[in-house]
Design a protein around this ligand. Sequence first.
Ligand SMILES: [Zn+2]
Ligand SMILES: [Zn+2]
Length: 254
Amino acid sequence: MDLLSMVGMATKRRSDYFSQARTLAQKYKEQPRLEERMRAESTGLVKGLRDKLMRWEEYERTMLDKVLTSALAACILGIKDNKSNQKLEKCWPIIVGDMLPPLTKFLAETKEYIDSGVLRLGDQTVDFADYNLLGAVPEAIDLDADVLEGVNPEEEGIQEAAQRRAQGRSWPALAERVSRYLATPTFSFYNLGEYLVAQDMGYKEMRRVAKQDKKVCLDCKNYGEQGWAPIGELPMPGKGCRCYDRCRCFIEYR
Ligand SMILES: [Zn+2]
Ligand SMILES: [Zn+2]
């Protein structure tokens, strides 16, 4: 599916996504729990594709649905008001613009892997459970968050292919990458929701607070040292930093 069809499909199903996202937000209540849930779903989805429980078209559509609903749900959790349609409307174009271009590329690449036999459908030689993907705890995601400098989900795939790493651990590696679309971005979108609230409440300044450990990436460290800035001048966590979706900086307002 090309980007234009993807955007068209998303636009058509927009109101469904909004109501599904509300249900998700109500169910999981906190961003780390939502993230954990979406990690589990990433594995489930990839397993379903591998085990031929779903056709490619269905996989592609499900990815699109889940990427959008989990991002919207994260925004709702940040907004903390399930009925604030106005703020959620502001999130929608940002989510679509951020997520759909890389998702389109990622899906095309996965399809290529399948067509060329790098990923073999029905291949049961690898047990997902061995990779500790299921039941991942939110704290565990945090551990090496800022260590992986300069690797966004797209680059990771290219590197993996070049190093032929996809050979040995192909399907679990795919599940990891899927979670970088479904699960880890929820942190940034949660912050986007909070940002809209802070703006509404009349806060004038913001600052990004980086984790105070030696693993923090250079960009996040710099933002942290920059201190207070006028509201709207600093990017959300995961944007403008080389730890991307794995960034776990938080934002304060005053
Ligand atoms: Zn960083
Ligand atoms: Zn960060």
